[in-house]
Design a protein around this ligand. Structure first.
Ligand code: CTP
Length: 408
């Protein structure tokens, strides 16, 4: 992916052991297509050398407001004017305090103060000992910094370099990268609560065997991520899959269709959008055995009988909130053939305003997909692309439709 193509990021480093992670972060930003200008405080240079950061960013590193390289001798103005964002990672407790007080006696704080605030957002990744983070002075400063318009990317929890354990570590480079990418996505679903089902379900035959399907959950996880990036609060109800939870998404793991139904109905009460990407098993064994079914030596094979699972999407689409449009329901259709006809029929059968068709065997487990959107107005093709790119386009389409329906 090239999610940061064309973006110029000023990466500010302040004094803290997490500076070692800034090297990885710098690479990750570049890999996503950004250009990175590193600015370091004197304290940061105690933890990692400007040479390392220069080699990684492929640009001379700035550290002093007296740096004579800039012909106008105004590095703080030049560097901040060309940036799409200033990201301070790691940001020490001391540097947060300096930002809050509008200090300007080193290049990085001077640059933050001198930036055009409406054009150059300031993103802050705090990193410090847990006591420093929990201290009322730091918490007060963080609140003030948010009031002043900065975005705080949060802190991680776990073992700290000092040997203590708690809140205050800098987020991992991949987490920061995801946050920066999300920051630049349009906030088309701000204020919305989105519920997504994803992955397969697992229907037990006995305690060691069951029936499932080939859904990897990738499309649903991408949809959850895209909805979160668009500013929604997202709950992801996931069947058994091995995928990392997207940043900022609340995940509830379930196994069977009945579990998924129960959790979804509960979560749908407060949701404004429901996107059903899960490949829910249509049937479950009628009598799941309590004990493992054993061979008894007679050569006789067990005979399974099935009962139909409830339809989660239809249940929610036909609920009072679904019918009134308070809950905007989006279905997926995994088909093997006749995509358009099947998707149109399925939309009507399920009673949903929008149905998204895809060819199941061509996409299960893959990183890309192609989608066909069917609603009352017609059909729209979303051409083959990565699942994340498609999920972002789908979220934009859903945002347009819910806005048109007067949902805010
Ligand atoms: N779905 C659901 N609960 C079920 C079955 C399906 O919520 N018990 C949802 C899926 O998440 C998807 C949509 O309904 O959004 C269509 O799923 P699909 O498996 O394509 O369709 P089915 O209804 O199972 O119909 P068929 O298998 O006959 O194509």
């Amino acid at each position: 992916m090239n999610d940061l193509a064309g973006k110029h990021i000023v990466l500010g480093l302040t004094g803290g052991i997490a500076c070692y992670k800034a090297a990885e972060l710098c690479r990750a930003l570049l890999k996503e297509g950004a250009t990175v200008q590193v600015v370091m405080t004197e304290a940061a240079a105690q933890f990692i050398t400007p040479v390392t950061m220069q080699a990684l960013s492929n640009r001379a590193v700035y550290g002093s407001q007296w740096d004579a390289r800039a012909p106008n001798n105004m590095a703080h103005i030049n560097l901040s004017r060309e940036a799409d964002a200033i990201l301070i990672a790691p940001c020490s407790a001391d540097f947060i305090a300096r930002l809050v007080h509008g200090r300007a006696d080193d290049l990085l704080s001077l640059m933050c103060l001198a930036r055009p605030r409406d054009q150059v957002p300031l993103l802050v990744a705090p990193a410090m000992n847990r006591e420093m983070w929990a201290h009322p002075a730091t918490q007060r400063n963080v609140t003030q910094l948010i009031t002043d318009g900065a975005t705080i990317l949060g802190v991680g929890r776990g073992d700290q370099a000092c040997g203590e354990t708690g809140d205050g570590r800098m987020l991992e480079p991949q987490e920061l990268l995801d946050d920066v990418i999300a920051f630049f996505q349009p906030k088309t679903l701000a204020g919305q609560q989105v519920l997504v089902t994803a992955g397969p379900t697992y229907e037990a035959i006995d305690p060691v065997r069951g029936i499932t399907n080939l859904s990897s959950g990738k499309m649903g996880f991408a949809v959850a991520r895209a909805a979160r990036e668009a500013g929604a609060e997202v709950t992801l109800v996931a069947g058994p899959v091995h995928l990392a939870t997207p940043r900022g998404v609340r995940r509830i793991d379930v196994k069977s269709a009945l579990n998924m139904l129960e959790v979804s109905v509960e979560c749908a009460q407060s949701a404004s959008i429901f996107i059903a990407t899960a490949a829910v098993a249509d049937w479950r064994p009628a009598n799941s055995a309590e004990q493992k079914i054993k061979k008894d030596g007679s050569g006789e094979v067990p005979r399974l009988t099935f009962v139909e699972n409830p339809d989660i999407l239809a249940t929610l689409a036909q609920s009072p909130r679904g019918r009134s449009g308070e809950l905007y329901c989006v279905g997926f259709a995994a088909e093997s053939h006749d995509l358009l006809a099947n998707a149109q029929a399925k939309r009507l059968r399920k009673g949903v305003p929008l149905l998204v068709g895809n060819i199941g065997p061509a996409t299960f487990g893959q990183d890309d997909n192609a989608l066909l959107l069917v609603d009352e107005f017609g059909v729209k093709d979303l051409a083959r692309d990565s699942k994340l790119a498609l999920a972002r386009k789908l979220i934009a389409e859903i945002a347009t439709r819910t806005r048109a329906r007067g949902q805010k």
